[in-house]
Design a protein around this ligand. Structure first.
Ligand SMILES: Cc1ncc(COP(=O)(O)O)c(C=O)c1O
Length: 372
């Protein structure tokens, strides 16, 4: 089976350990084990002491009952039995796409977005068409263009909201319009929802709550700041969950006893994590927006309170060699837009430590002066 190189992952694998000021990542700064366990005052010693007699067997295959209940409570319409634990959101996307796509299927996705969402379907033999997001349209999905791309044989509409790298959101009226279009051609809608806006509750609608053929994929990696647990999930109707179960048995057994325990702990204390992360996003976004205002070679459609942003670079150099030179000369890491098949831009992950963001932006500005 042929598959394209995964641009953003390959870039990070090559360069991230060489960075001094890493402003490229898309998660809200990760919690330490001590911070995670301590959210409700528990010590690491007590937490793991309580688990010391737990057999390290396969544990719960689809995720523990507590995990499924806690995840189900994030949705209005998804029952616990229709939540399937996966290896991160990458595992959730892979599972859903592997289960649904057949050679010759037609798939519509968006560009730029997370590459899995179009290159896994292509690798499975689907023909993928794109709706290109445009900066001058605030990176919003053009619904007329989407409609024009749908056909009776369209199997899945694969989207990402909020979007990596642009940080922009599909709002509820837009989602409802997409559902109406999907119904006309009887297509599934898969939305990777790992970036939920860190604004206030009720600001985000999941596709699994809106559409019986909707699949929400998600994880604890971005908004919840614990990517190292590698815990994600699919949320869907029972009919879809039953299809996924069959394929899941071939691709993973379980998420692991310890990761499940820690995931349950994170979900039980999610309000505290979200409160911490709302503060980080708000304060760091202010720093980023103020910097952009003063930086003549950069423009930005401000992200919707999610931890990724996509700056436009007004420079006489291609984005990839610029990002390599920048890293080598200053230690500042960005992800070039070409890694998202969208040159001329760069992903700037601003939800790192504040000192790293401030110093990284300062060095980036100094470096950009060489083009004056
Ligand atoms: C849209 C999107 N989905 C999934 C992932 C990976 O998530 P996970 O760490 O849960 O596998 C990323 C990571 O960058 C992402 O941007």
């Amino acid at each position: 089976m042929k598959i394209a190189h995964f641009g953003v992952e390959e870039w990070l694998n090559t360069w991230e350990k060489k960075a001094t000021y890493d402003i490229s990542q898309s998660s809200v700064e990760a919690l330490t084990l001590e911070e995670l366990v301590g959210l409700d005052g528990t010590t690491v010693k007590d937490f793991f002491g309580g688990l010391s007699q737990k057999p390290l067997d396969y544990g719960w295959i689809e995720g523990s009952d507590s995990f499924k209940e806690l995840v189900s409570s994030l949705y209005k319409q998804v029952e616990p039995e229709n939540i399937l634990q996966t290896n991160g959101a990458t595992g959730a996307n892979l599972l859903a796409l592997y289960a649904l796509i057949e050679p010759g299927d037609h798939v519509v996705s968006m560009l730029p977005t997370y590459q899995q969402l179009y290159d896994i379907p292509r690798s499975l033999g689907a023909h993928v068409e794109f709706v290109e997001l445009k900066e001058e349209e605030q990176w919003q999905l053009d619904l007329n263009e989407l409609k024009s791309k749908l056909k009776p044989e369209t199997k899945v509409i694969c989207l990402n909201s909020a979007n990596n790298p642009t940080g922009t959101l599909l709002d509820t009226p837009t989602l409802k319009a997409i559902v109406d279009m999907a119904r006309e051609v009887d297509a599934y809608i898969l939305i990777d929802e790992v970036y939920s806006p860190l604004t206030h509750e009720g600001d985000f609608t999941s596709i699994a709550d809106l559409y019986e053929k909707g699949i929400s994929t998600n994880s604890l990696s971005k908004t919840y700041s614990v990517p190292g647990l590698r815990i994600g999930w699919t949320a869907s109707s029972k009919e879809l969950a039953d299809i996924f179960r069959k394929y899941r048995d071939y691709t993973m057994i379980c998420g692991g006893v310890l990761s499940d325990e820690l995931a349950v702990h994170a979900l039980k204390n999610k309000d505290k994590i979200l409160e911490r992360n709302r503060k980080i996003v708000k304060e760091n976004l202010e720093i980023l927006n103020q910097w952009v205002e003063k930086e003549p070679r950069v423009s930005l459609v401000s992200p919707y309170y999610v931890s990724t942003s996509f700056i436009k670079l007004d420079i006489p150099q291609d984005d990839q060699s610029f990002c390599i030179d920048l890293l080598e000369e200053t230690g500042v890491l960005l992800v070039p837009g070409s890694s998202f098949d969208y040159p001329g831009h760069a992903r700037l992950g601003y939800c790192c430590k504040k000192e790293t963001l401030i110093k990284g932006l300062e060095l980036l500005s100094l470096y950009l002066k060489k083009f004056d």
